[in-house]
Design a protein around this ligand. Structure first.
Ligand code: AMP
Length: 594
């Protein structure tokens, strides 16, 4: 059976997992470590360092080292490392490539496919950049899934009954909270909220400033001003912060952290957990507000949540548990390792795609509303900036939705469709993610003729928009301009070669060659069926969800098709299953659009 890696590409640490004997395991490096610090750098001789080695040199050579690159994924920025500049995708690819090699060494075979996790709140650009990074690392990214959803996938329900989980994921750079329902083996995300720029890194900054302010008050010198000292202190406060999760107070001691009048100054400071908690409380309050919003979106109360699951290193902070307990009247569960469960869940998802039955099936949702800009009433005023949603936030994926719009003038020649992502009524406050121009409209058409806009959002969160003139059938479609398409083929090849050289590949072709070997070693016929297995499961989950609101006639037909589909897949009648799946898809599609 083909192995699909599960990768948690974290802001601070990354983890790779794969399925062995039907269970997800985390792959360790030669020294036995389960995590890989998400830090990349070059040593003095220009040798690439990824992980702990890079983290170690961050102190001495911050100009040759980069951390938390995940925060820049999807941005157009370049990261300077020594003499060279890299895109965030390229830096992430170095981390992914290292994890891929770690897993290959453990298994003794070439691996070329992965499921990679992203925060639920990552937008389309950030997801595309992640996919791009995987591709640069020689990995086919078979699915991108949300981190909290992945965490829920490692959770094995103890009973047949419907369970509702609240997954609170606070990592180094991002925060997500999701309400997840597990029912008869199907995992469904009911709602999701978060902040892509909130996490342990912010706590480190706050603590650093607290320490440095006190030091400056005492000595009149600010150690933050020297990059090397700042970097050393940042590492020291992070370690202190972690100790404060277990201890009521701790000491930060750093020698020769600054100089005054030519004499070296040492830092020696005791930090009380309560003082630290005061520093971070407002940020944690923000996360609790998100928890409330997620519950509200899922139309649930705290009492209706069965379990609270903590994910991400920063969720080890005692104040997190305290605030959640106060708010939800639940003791959070600690049975799943918060550092490892996301990668393990991604491996579970990979196994599901490969057709291995390891656990519940995933139904994912879109975290943002997607829609178009149009003319209409915006807060009582006639405006051309009205945001008209097409796919609402929290819609299960894959989703297909259409809306009808109207031309504004007689003989209008073209329809300009601007696509936005966000929740604001004024489109210009949302993120503009693409546009499409449908030219050559019927010249005799009056104002008010219909333009059909259809959005198809796939399981990876990639959006295809089709626009058609209803009357003539004139149609145009676009798969959104994104990081991949902007990253032109030439620069992608160049980046691949650069990466291959850094990893000492014998020649630049070897990345591609590794991919080819793995691809031909899989059984193509079996491959189709394996993909089918997860499609069927998703279809069944969708159909079941629609049962409640369907008319009794439709519901009867759907139940019948569900039973037939289960029987035919169980007995291996693939042709029949295919036929029934098509019928059920049509019915689901019709009911969803109704
Ligand atoms: P992640 O992105 O999930 O790997 O989480 C990394 C973040 O968790 C970093 O900001 C770490 O400093 C933080 N972290 C790790 N262990 C602890 C701990 N014991 N207490 C508080 N924060 C921690």
């Amino acid at each position: 059976m083909e192995t699909i890696l599960g990768i948690d590409l974290g802001t601070t640490n990354s983890v790779v997992s794969l399925i062995q004997n039907g269970k997800p395991i985390v792959v360790r490096d030669g020294a036995g470590s389960t995590i890989l610090p998400s830090v990349v750098g070059f040593d003095q001789a220009g040798r690439l360092l990824v992980g702990q080695e890079a983290r170690n040199q961050a102190l001495l050579a911050p100009e040759r080292t980069v951390k938390s690159v995940k925060r820049q994924m999807g941005d157009e920025t370049k990261i300077t490392l020594g003499e060279q500049q890299y895109s965030p995708q390229e830096v992430s690819a170095m981390i992914l490539r290292t994890l891929k090699e770690r897993a290959e060494q453990a298994l003794g075979q070439t691996l070329s496919k992965a499921v990679i996790t992203v925060p639920a709140f990552f937008n389309d650009k950030q997801r595309q950049a992640t996919r791009e990074a995987g591709e640069l690392a020689g990995l086919e990214v078979v699915r991108i899934i949300n981190e909290p959803t992945a965490a829920a996938l490692t959770y094995e329900p103890h009973s047949e009954k419907n369970e509702r989980l609240l997954v609170y994921d606070l990592g180094g750079g991002t925060f997500d909270v999701s309400i997840v329902q597990i029912e008869r083996g199907v995992v469904e995300v009911l709602s999701s909220h978060g902040d892509t720029h909130l996490g342990g890194d912010d706590f480190d900054e706050l603590l650093l400033n607290y320490v440095c302010d006190q030091f400056e008050d005492e000595h009149g010198v600010d150690p933050r001003e020297t990059p090397a000292a700042r970097s050393r202190l940042l590492q020291a406060v992070e370690e202190a912060k972690k100790r404060l999760s277990d201890e009521a107070f701790t000491t930060i001691a750093e020698e020769f952290i600054a100089t005054k009048n030519g004499s070296p100054l040492n830092l020696n400071m005791e930090i009380d957990r309560l003082d630290y908690e005061d520093l971070i409380r407002s940020l944690l309050d923000k996360t609790v507000t998100c928890v409330d919003a997620a519950l509200e979106d899922a139309k649930l109360t705290a009492q209706q949540i069965d379990r609270v699951i903590l994910v991400g290193g920063s969720s080890r902070t005692p104040l997190v548990r305290q605030l959640l307990k106060d708010q939800l009247k639940h003791d959070p569960h600690l049975e799943v390792d918060p550092d490892l469960c996301v990668a393990m869940g991604a491996a579970v998802q990979g196994a599901l795609i490969a057709g291995v039955d390891v656990g519940p099936v995933l139904v994912d949702i879109t975290p943002h509303t997607l829609g178009v800009r149009c003319v209409g009433d915006l807060n009582g005023r006639y405006s051309d900036r009205l945001f008209s949603p097409v796919i609402q936030r929290n819609t299960p994926l894959p989703a297909v939705r259409s809306e009808i719009y109207y031309t504004g003038v007689d003989g209008q020649e073209a329809a300009q469709v601007e696509i936005y992502q966000g929740e604001h009524d004024d489109a210009t406050f949302n993120e503009r993610v693409g546009e499409l121009l449908l030219e050559g409209l019927a010249d005799d058409a009056d104002a008010g003729s219909e333009i059909l806009v259809r959005f198809h959002l796939n399981l990876d969160g990639i959006l295809t928009v089709a626009v058609a003139e209803r009357e003539t059938g004139l149609e145009k479609q676009v798969t959104l301009e994104n990081a991949i398409t902007r990253f032109r083929a030439s620069s992608r090849d160049e980046a691949k070669s650069k990466l291959a050289a850094m990893f000492n590949d014998s020649d630049t072709e070897s990345l591609g060659a590794a991919t080819r070997i793995a691809a031909t070693s899989t059984d193509p016929a079996g491959g189709d069926n394996r993909v089918e297995a997860s499609r069927v499961a998703e279809l069944l989950a969708k159909a079941r969800r629609l049962l409640a609101n369907a008319s009794s006639e439709d519901a009867d037909e759907m139940r019948e098709l569900i039973v037939q589909l289960q029987e035919s897949t169980a007995s291996g009648e693939t042709d029949r299953a295919e036929l029934i799946a098509d019928q059920l898809s049509d019915l689901v599609f019709y009911l969803e659009d109704a």
